[in-house]
Write a protein that binds this ligand. Structure first.
Ligand SMILES: [Zn+2]
Length: 477
């Protein structure tokens, strides 16, 4: 790897740089230099020891297109891990502080208005709303000023035959449906819940169920693991029946439940590498791994479902291999580059896997270091990697990743059933992660629900509200 570019002189690690650039320089240090180094705090010393340990990355000696872009990535990332090119304030560990106010401003601007070039993003409008609402709440912002706008946006995007599209008059799609429901859950008002037509949603989800157990994303659309996850998120949060609607096409082939053949189908998505792919036979991918684990964690307690349907040691091995070293962040597939959005897609897998297999199996500090040091954009918003522009998507999922690093979760199935698909309502905070942390109190983000990726407590409130409503498949509410 090329040596790091000039870290600024204001960082504790810049002194390390001087000593690392040539070992001979250590001999040249004057007494006053030694005295100065003795004044380093315990945290700063730990930071320097870590940085020293990562300055010799393991490199692929065979030059390929993949090794070249990886080298390029290290040249982009390392100056941010070692130095402070953005000139951010530093926390007590010598890392940039969370630039909370700048990120809040960026997310508020990301809600629009947009220039005409954004017309191509129209079908993704529910996602933009969700990423901004989730990102703002992770930063501790009250989003009630947006409640009415969110409800009216999605009321017009709800299709008369069920589900949500990207906007008024657009065909429904499970991805848009997922983002719309989660946005309304974050708003969390009775008006928001009541704006969802459960009866048409139930019928729509019934049309997505496939005979082999999976779900399509839209009528006659692609069948992949996003469909399975998004459908179960909707079924669980809205407290819909597991029994397939009478007109569900899968009934003609003998299926009676949304869960029929589903565990087997998710199991078939686990690849020879140990990760999870979009559909049987495809390549394993971080985002699909989260969808697969999320789906299983809605079907039942993760300890039961994940262990039943997946080869867990192979999965853990694959997930661990996705943490880039020395960058500390995650990438999505073998031979790919570190990218801030996988702070969530892979980072979010860990709480679910740890509930099935035990704790302490990933490096939280390294992820926190990547997010704070390398993924914060100078003017606000978070990024894929240094050199990229920020967007609401990478901002939302880097912040969720920081939350996965900062909090411990436990799954406790208490006595008493709450109805179908009640598994995701048994998560509890198991405290803040405190070992080898690299963040101060001021760098903490809010807690995020391990399955639904909304502020913790919001999914529970939504489910409770729908549990109190009377259900009729022919009703209107
Ligand atoms: Zn990304």
């Amino acid at each position: 790897m090329a040596s790091a570019q000039d870290p600024t002189s204001q960082t504790p690690s810049s002194r390390l740089e001087e000593t690392l650039s040539t070992s001979a320089r250590v001999e040249e240090l004057s007494d006053s230099d030694y005295e100065e180094m003795e004044t380093l705090t315990r945290h700063e010393e730990a930071n320097q020891a870590y940085l020293k340990s990562i300055t010799s990355p393991i490199e692929d000696l065979l030059d390929t297109a993949s090794s070249e872009v990886q080298d390029e990535t290290l040249r982009a990332v390392m100056p941010f891990l070692i130095g402070n090119p953005n000139d951010f304030d530093l926390n007590s560990y010598g890392l940039p502080t969370l630039q909370r106010e700048k990120h809040v401003k960026f997310l508020k601007q990301s809600l629009g208005p947009f220039p005409p070039q954004f017309a191509a993003m129209d079908a993704s409008r529910p996602w933009v709303v969700y990423w901004c609402m989730q990102g703002l709440t992770a930063l501790g912002q009250d989003i009630s000023e947006y409640s009415d706008r969110v409800v009216s946006t999605f009321s017009s995007a709800q299709h008369p035959e069920g589900g949500f599209g990207g906007g008024h008059g657009q065909l429904p799609h499970l991805a848009a449906t997922y983002a719309a429901i989660l946005s309304l859950v974050i708003v969390g008002t009775e008006e928001a819940y009541a704006s969802i037509n459960r009866q048409t949603m139930y019928s729509y989800l019934g049309r997505m169920k496939q005979v082999d157990g999976g779900f399509t994303m839209s009528p006659n659309g692609e069948e992949d693991i996003r469909g399975a996850f998004c459908a179960l998120v909707a079924l669980s949060l809205l407290n819909l029946p597991l029994e397939l609607p009478p007109d569900a096409p899968a009934r003609q082939h003998g299926l009676t439940s949304f869960l029929d053949n589903l565990g087997e189908w998710v199991s078939r998505c686990q690849t020879y590498e140990g990760g999870i792919s979009a559909a049987p036979g495809n390549e394993a991918h971080g985002a699909y791994a989260f969808c697969g684990l999320g789906c299983l964690s809605i079907m039942g307690p993760p300890k039961d479902t994940i262990n039943k349907w997946l080869d867990v040691p192979a999965l853990i091995n694959w997930l661990n291999s996705r943490q880039s070293c020395p960058e500390g962040g995650f990438h999505g597939r073998g031979n790919k580059l570190v990218d801030g959005c996988y702070s969530h897609w892979v980072g979010g897998c860990w709480a679910l896997v740890e509930a099935a297999a035990g704790k302490g199996i990933w490096n939280r500090a390294a992820l926190g270091r990547y997010i704070l040091s390398a993924a914060q954009f100078k003017k606000g918003g978070l990024v894929d990697k240094p050199g990229k522009r920020p967007d609401a998507y990478h901002t939302c999922y880097n912040l969720a990743g920081l939350s996965w690093a900062q909090y411990d979760w436990k799954y406790e199935k208490s006595e008493g059933e709450r109805g179908e698909l009640d598994a995701p309502y048994h998560w509890q905070l198991d405290g803040e992660y405190t070992e080898d942390v690299v963040w101060d109190n001021g760098d903490m983000v809010n807690r995020v629900h391990p399955v639904f990726v909304v502020p913790f407590g919001k999914a529970e409130s939504c489910r409770k509200w729908f549990e109190e409503q009377t259900w009729s498949s022919k009703g209107t509410g």
